[in-house]
Design a protein around this ligand. Structure first.
Ligand SMILES: NC(=O)c1ccc[n+]([C@@H]2O[C@H](COP(=O)([O-])OP(=O)(O)OC[C@H]3O[C@@H](n4cnc5c(N)ncnc54)[C@H](O)[C@@H]3O)[C@@H](O)[C@H]2O)c1
Length: 341
């Protein structure tokens, strides 16, 4: 999909900013809509955009500060089309916070998604390809040791409001596809990590706390597992989908097919940081699932998806980025506070 115009919702966030970077390097025109909300520090999102604006090809990037729940904002962003594809990443993410405010998750993740689907279908010059960011959480609670999760497995037992909105989002996409013929691919991402990872996610949070000599909370016995997937592989998967001609309606897992135990994940961060963690054991949390494990045969077949970054290498890259960004923050705060001579 070179030289095409692509709308990315949530493009200031973790996955979105990596996708924008890749698409600009491939000569695409990119329009971003993001509301820079405070789910985590909005300054991080503004920094992501500021870095993108320095890249070669940044003249092909437009950023609209707007909310996908607002029809006016969605109309404004679609007036910058027509788009060949819409990659819909904007959402309230995070399992545990969704238990605190389920209505907000429904509002953003469902109403916002419906607004975008309607606007995509109203595009006069022809329908774009619509890519919806779904999640491994739709598979519900499955014990470690179970088979890898296939797209055809049952997904009607979500255990958090977040998971429920992602499953419902897929269903809204399906009904819209049947009603209008809009081509839609739902991508079930499995815990994405790497440079710029969201600060609320475990690898980032643990790395920060261990680095600051603070204890980390470990929920359960350390034997829960996650199929962590490196951001570069996820972006390969999304761009692979953007190459599909008229896919109809598809659901694809994007994972690594190699789950890692929580205790192994902590050891790996310790090794990369060269520091030992102080562990606070806590019971499993509501909404958390004990296991995620992607079967990626379908993504391999349909888009030639092949995750290439091992967990250890990905963590080492994350830690390298973490240390570098900490140093650059320190340097810029020194410049700001330097006395005037
Ligand atoms: N990171 C993961 O491990 C993971 C796993 C599974 C699914 N996902 C999904 O992938 C997508 C991107 O996740 P991420 O980790 O990059 O999260 P993120 O929070 O870093 O990015 C989401 C972006 O959407 C924006 N946004 C939120 N509500 C909005 C609204 N109402 N209007 C406009 N913009 C809004 C946020 O400001 C943010 O910049 C999300 O849909 C998430 O549910 C992520």
């Amino acid at each position: 999909m070179k030289n095409k115009k692509i709308l990315i919702t949530g493009g200031a966030g973790f996955i979105g900013s990596h996708l924008v970077e890749r698409l600009l390097s491939r000569n695409n025109e990119v329009v971003v809509i993001d509301n820079f909300n405070d789910f985590y520090d909005p300054a991080i999102k503004r920094d992501n955009i500021a870095s993108l604006e320095k890249l070669d090809g940044a003249d092909r990037l437009q950023v609209v500060e707007g909310d996908i729940r607002s029809l006016t904002d969605v109309e404004e962003v679609f007036s910058r089309g027509p788009f060949d594809a819409v990659v819909h990443l904007a959402a309230m993410a995070g399992v545990r916070p969704s238990l605190e405010n389920p209505a907000l998750y429904v509002d953003v993740n469902l109403r916002g998604t419906q607004n975008l689907l309607d606007a995509a279908c109203a595009q006069a010059s022809g329908l774009p390809l619509f890519v919806f960011a779904s999640s491994s959480s739709v598979y519900g609670a499955r014990e470690p040791g179970s088979d890898s999760f296939k797209e055809s497995d049952r997904t009607d037992r979500p255990v958090s409001p977040y998971a429920a909105t992602k499953m419902s989002g897929e269903m809204i996409c399906h009904s819209q596809h049947v009603a209008t013929g809009l081509d839609i691919v739902c991508l079930r991402f499995f815990t994405v990590f790497g440079p710029r990872q969201r600060p609320d996610l475990a690898i980032h949070k643990f790395c920060r706390l261990i680095d600051e000599d603070k204890p980390i909370d470990m929920y359960g016995d350390g034997k829960s597992q996650r199929d962590y997937t490196y951001i570069g592989d996820i972006v390969d998967g999304i761009t692979g989908v953007l190459e599909l001609e008229k896919p109809g309606f598809e659901i694809l897992n994007l994972g690594r097919n190699e789950p890692v135990l929580l205790c192994e994940m902590i050891e790996c961060i310790e090794k990369s940081l060269g520091k030992k963690a102080t562990i606070n054991r806590k019971p499993m949390q509501k909404g958390d699932v004990p296991n995620t494990f992607a079967n990626i045969d379908k993504a391999r077949r349909l888009i030639g998806y092949e995750p290439g970054t091992s967990f250890d290498k990905g963590v080492a890259e994350f830690v390298e980025w973490y240390i570098a960004s900490k140093k650059s923050k320190k340097a810029s705060s020194k410049i700001e506070t330097a006395p005037v001579k």
